[in-house]
Design a protein around this ligand. Structure first.
Ligand code: GLV
Length: 311
């Protein structure tokens, strides 16, 4: 009987157990830290594992990340050589990211922050300019599974969309920019910038003063990648200087966002608590079980992480 170890901090076990049982009744699920006989465990589905967890599992065959991001798993955690790491691929997680990006882009387009402030002071002012979506250029930084979906939805809403990624990715209705050489041109044409990059040594701090200054004056930033992509102090300064109009931030360098952090009270920053989207056990369990069955049959796995690349 295959045995999977489940380790999380944000999802509770019962819905996962039910979803996995439905798809694979013969799978035994153990909840970390109760390993039982560790030699039984061949699969691990984890979020933020302790650094030495996998060294205690001599027969581990596949490590699954509970989230789309892999930084929780790749940094400082011992990974047994030869054991593949599989990233989360979940349609519901992707949909949630799209909803967040489209919602925040529309909030900016429709000046909702301004109207909400007006409502609070019972002010009836309707003369603000009302551009059409097609007059704004959205730029999606990171064109993996999530980035491509986000770009497609923004294009469907009428925005003029471009995507930037390390290597060239073609998506219908989305202008393609790639590589370090095209980053500047991409930023210069992005009125709304959505960051969905993976966090790697190459992308840490990518949204610093120099790069954010390349955005057109009055640009809006949506960060649903990782907090460490953005240099927070640089954003505050550029908001102050009026170069950046506002930001919707779901991820932060320190989470939970510390009490005294200036983002909490900033009138032009929307803060959400790293929940732009969450992995959904019902849909995500299909991906996990499919890969367990592949491993059991000796077939190639899907969504295997390239550990040298870091995503
Ligand atoms: C959440 O941040 C995830 O990586 O899925």
């Amino acid at each position: 009987m295959p045995v999977l170890l489940f380790k999380t901090e944000f999802a509770s076990l019962p819905p996962w157990q039910a979803a996995l049982r439905e798809r694979m009744p013969e799978l035994e699920v153990r909840l970390w830290p109760a390993l039982g006989d560790a030699a039984d465990i061949e699969y691990a589905l984890v979020w933020k594992p302790p650094p030495d967890l996998f060294s205690a599992l001599p027969n581990l065959k596949v490590i699954f990340s509970l989230g789309a991001g892999l930084d929780h798993l790749l940094k400082g955690v011992y990974l047994p050589p030869g054991v593949p790491v599989v990233r989360m691929q979940d349609s519901a997680l992707t949909e949630g990211m799209c909803e967040y990006a489209v919602y925040m882009a529309l909030r900016f387009l429709r000046r909702m922050a301004v109207y909400e402030a007006q409502q609070r002071s019972r002010e009836w002012r309707h003369h603000l300019p009302q551009p059409r979506a097609c007059e704004l250029r959205a730029g999606v930084l990171g064109m993996g599974v999530i980035g491509r979906a986000v770009a497609g939805k923004l294009a469907a809403m009428g925005f003029e969309v471009a995507g930037w990624s390390r290597t060239s990715k073609r998506v219908a209705d989305v202008q393609n920019f790639h590589g370090a050489g095209q980053l500047q041109a991409f930023l210069e044409r992005s009125d709304i910038l959505v960051c969905v990059l993976p966090l790697t040594e190459a992308t840490r701090g990518i949204l610093d003063r120099a790069r954010m200054t390349r955005l057109p004056r009055g640009a809006f930033i949506i960060n649903i990648g990782r907090g460490e992509h953005l240099v927070e102090q640089d954003l505050l300064e550029l908001l102050e200087e009026g170069h950046i109009a506002g930001a919707a931030l779901d991820v932060f360098a320190a989470e939970p966002l510390p009490d005294e952090h200036p983002f909490w009270r900033h009138p032009r920053i929307t803060v959400t608590p790293h929940n732009a989207s969450v992995t959904n056990p019902d849909t995500a369990s299909a991906h996990v079980v499919d890969n367990i069955r592949r491993a059991m049959r000796g077939q190639p796995l899907t969504s295997v992480v390239d550990l040298t690349r870091g995503y």
